[in-house]
Design a protein around this ligand. Structure first.
Ligand code: VGL
Ligand code: ZN
Length: 209
């Protein structure tokens, strides 16, 4: 089973969103083409889904500002603008995304006490979301990961896919992803590659069909 995981392709991470990734919306047509022409048996998506008082929000830390380092649960935590609050437009998938093709949505970041960049488990690597069981039950053996943001949730999801599902081929689709910080993107790609995640383009994926 070949599966595509679309990470956090939500309004909040696109232009006009509360935590806009530069050119985030550019991943939408690439994702749609992958869905149509990538030969996937299954398409799943993650959705950042925070309560309004989530502990990763700078607004919850008096005197702090977005994009400063703070702490959450005693550990270092990047503090973010309020984003992807449950039930708001910011948390909706981008309206251009082919959501009808998505077979399963994994929400994450619902516990205010811990952030969850990965679609598979929280940043403490304690609570699992259930996505790995879902994919393994369906005998997924190739997982392609793309979306927003490369240097945070895409990277964390690809690394966890490798770590938690040994034997599954995991690929990062670079042109179907965008990052927050260019240096962070470069480091993320190096880290994924070192962990055994294959770095590919959408043309590699669609051309193989
Ligand atoms: C993300 C920061 C905070 C992401 C989510 O989707 O990469 N980044 N929440
Ligand atoms: Zn978030």
């Amino acid at each position: 089973m070949k599966c595509l995981l679309l990470v956090d392709i939500q309004n909040g991470f696109c232009s006009g969103g509360n935590l806009a990734v530069p050119n985030g919306e550019d991943v939408v047509p690439v994702a749609n083409r992958l869905i149509a022409e990538g030969g996937y048996d299954l398409v799943v998506a993650s959705q950042d889904w925070h309560p309004a008082d989530h502990g990763s929000f700078a607004s919850q830390h008096p005197g702090s500002h977005p994009f400063e380092m703070g702490t959450l649960g005693g550990k270092a935590q990047m503090l973010w603008p309020d984003h992807c609050v449950q039930g708001t437009r910011d948390a909706d998938f981008h309206p251009g995304l082919d959501v009808a093709a998505i077979g399963y949505v994994q929400r994450k970041g619902e516990n205010r006490a811990v952030d969850s960049y990965s679609a598979f488990r929280d940043n403490d690597q304690a609570a699992l979301t259930g996505l790995s069981d879902y994919l393994l039950e369906r005998r997924v053996d190739v997982l392609d990961v793309c979306g927003l943001a490369t240097d945070y949730c895409v990277k964390a999801s690809a690394l966890d896919a490798k770590a938690m599902m040994p034997g599954v081929t995991v690929r990062f689709i670079a042109d179907a992803s965008r990052g927050i910080d260019p240096a962070g993107v470069e480091a993320a790609i190096a880290e994924m590659s070192a962990a055994g995640v294959r770095i590919v383009t959408s043309a590699d994926v669609t051309g193989a069909n």
